[in-house]
Design a protein around this ligand. Sequence first.
Ligand SMILES: Nc1ncnc2c1ncn2[C@@H]1O[C@H](COP(=O)(O)OP(=O)(O)O)[C@@H](O)[C@H]1O
Ligand SMILES: [Mg+2]
Length: 191
Amino acid sequence: MLITVANNKGGQGKTLLATLLAQYLASNPENVKKVFCLDLDRTQQHFIDNMAKSGLSFVSGLDSAAKCPLCVVDTPPSLDDDVIRAVKMADVLVVPVVPCKHSAQNAANIAEIRERRDGLRVVLNQWDASLAQKQARSFLNDRGFRFYGIMPKYKRVAHNIDAGLDWRHDVFEEQTLEIIGILKGLLSGPA
Ligand SMILES: Nc1ncnc2c1ncn2[C@@H]1O[C@H](COP(=O)(O)OP(=O)(O)O)[C@@H](O)[C@H]1O
Ligand SMILES: [Mg+2]
């Protein structure tokens, strides 16, 4: 199973969500599949650095990723051939969006590249319910997108991930459960 996290805009939460998903899957006793990771971002390999600290295994290319029982793929803020392939090949395509006019359009473009909506999981990230964010949400709503999670700012979790720690480190249980709920929603059957 290939889980790709993509949005060709930077700062949307791709690496954050890829890390959350991989760490969650690796620590979930219900998941019997070994978790592999692939970082297609060649300029800053934050994802692979995080995953190496978590002791997870990684692969070096999409062809190997496709053969893994379970692989989480983080992507750069660009649309090169590998990213387009990873978007098309994904069983689950997670698209984080910090809602604003342009990021909503970007998310719509990524979905179009896939040429199908099954497996598409749009997450509104760093949600603050401002007017601009609500307009971006309406833009996506009007185009038939549904949302698989609305994440506010999780300061501590983001700090943990940026510092290469387990995301749950010193995080209140209520927030941990909320995030696990979102991750489960992302991984649940096709919609
Ligand atoms: N929900 C969130 N709450 C707080 N900080 C966040 C959240 N999502 C992302 N960030 C922070 O925003 C920055 C960009 O996120 P990142 O996952 O690196 O984006 P991308 O990989 O799409 O470029 C990082 O410092 C990350 O920790
Ligand atoms: Mg990134």
